[in-house]
Structure formats: structure tokens, C-alpha cells
Design a protein around this ligand. Structure first.
Ligand code: NI
Length: 180
């Protein structure tokens, strides 16, 4: 098992930055992908983008099939790009490892086509469908948003967003105070 990353929490500036395109899937990227996956599993997350571990490259991992203490089918995406989105919308209550214990209903396109490079360097496409897999549809869009410096709270009013960020700051401070 590889060493874990530390997950960055709001309001860290790296979460608001645009990640850079990856040149090629080499050993460094493969190591990063595996380490991100382990970090995501350890935090019981279903998705994790590079910004969230303090790296500004266009890399994300997802596993919407995992159950507790059981690996499902991980998906690795390098340079993901939404090349089509439906007019139809779907809504899902989203959370984020960088915004712990905060949730909100977020509306997004009900279907998207994503072009990406997989962990073997192969060009792939994914077509999501909210009716078939609501979580996957929202997860992939949420993670690609991360690579563009966008968080789910950015879809909310500034009052709601600031309230959630303050709550996370309090939470992080409380945790730090307990670890002496
Ligand atoms: Ni997130």
C-alpha cells in the first residue's frame, strides 16, 4: 500500500486554481493515481481530484461502486474533458472531502460525455446517464469542476457558501486542538 496524501480543506487557495494538462501518463502519474486512490478509499470518498491533494495537474480518481471495506471498480482519468452535456438536468445531494460534513443539493446536466486518458495512456470516453447512475453522473462533473478550481459550494449563494466554509474551519481547528 502506498503512502497517503493529506487532503486539503477549504479555504485553501489550491482548491480555487486551474490544474495543468498532463503531458503523458508516465510512472510519476501512475504513482500519483494509485496514491490518490488509496487516499480516497481511506477517507471513504467516491472521488478525488489532484487539487485536493495539493497537486495542480488534471488527474482524478473515482469509485462510485465501493462499499465499506470493499473496493469496487476504480476509474482513473487524466486530462478529462466534458465534450457534450444534456439540456436536461438532475439533482443530487453532494458532499466533498475538502468540505467535510457539509452537503447541498446541486443541479447539473443529467448526462455528459467525457473524453479522457486512462491509467494505461489510452484515450477513452464515458457517457453518463443520471437515470442509470445518478452518483456517477454527479461525481465525474464534481471532480472535473475541481480541476477547474470550482467547488460544489460555488453553486450556492455566497451566504450559504461562507457559512459552510466557516463551519469547516471551526471543525479543522477543533480537530487540531485535540491532536496534541
Ligand atoms: Ni470534492
Amino acid at each position: 500500500m502506498s503512502e497517503l496524501y493529506e487532503i486539503v480543506k477549504v479555504p485553501a487557495p489550491v482548491l480555487k486554481q486551474q490544474a495543468d494538462v498532463v503531458g503523458q501518463v508516465d510512472d510519476t502519474i501512475t504513482t500519483q493515481l494509485n496514491r490518490m486512490l488509496e487516499t480516497m478509499y481511506a477517507s471513504n470518498g467516491v472521488g478525488l481530484a489532484a487539487n485536493q491533494v495539493g497537486i495542480l495537474n488534471r488527474v482524478l480518481v473515482m469509485d462510485v461502486t465501493q462499499k465499506k471495506d470493499e473496493r469496487g471498480k476504480p476509474i482513473f482519468m487524466v486530462n478529462p474533458e466534458i465534450i457534450w452535456e444534456s439540456d436536461e438536468r438532475s439533482s443530487y445531494q453532494e458532499g466533498c472531502l475538502s468540505i467535510p460534513q457539509q452537503y447541498a443539493d446541486i443541479e447539473r446536466p443529467a448526462s455528459v460525455r467525457v473524453k479522457y486518458i486512462d491509467e494505461k495512456g489510452q484515450l477513452q470516453e464515458m457517457l453518463t446517464n443520471a437515470e442509470e447512475d445518478l452518483l456517477l453522473n454527479h461525481c465525474v462533473q464534481h471532480e472535473i469542476d475541481h480541476l477547474n478550481g470550482r467547488l460544489f459550494v460555488d453553486y450556492l449563494s455566497s451566504i450559504k457558501r461562507n457559512m459552510m466554509i466557516k463551519k469547516v474551519q471551526k471543525l479543522v481547528k477543533a480537530q487540531e486542538n485535540h491532536v496534541l
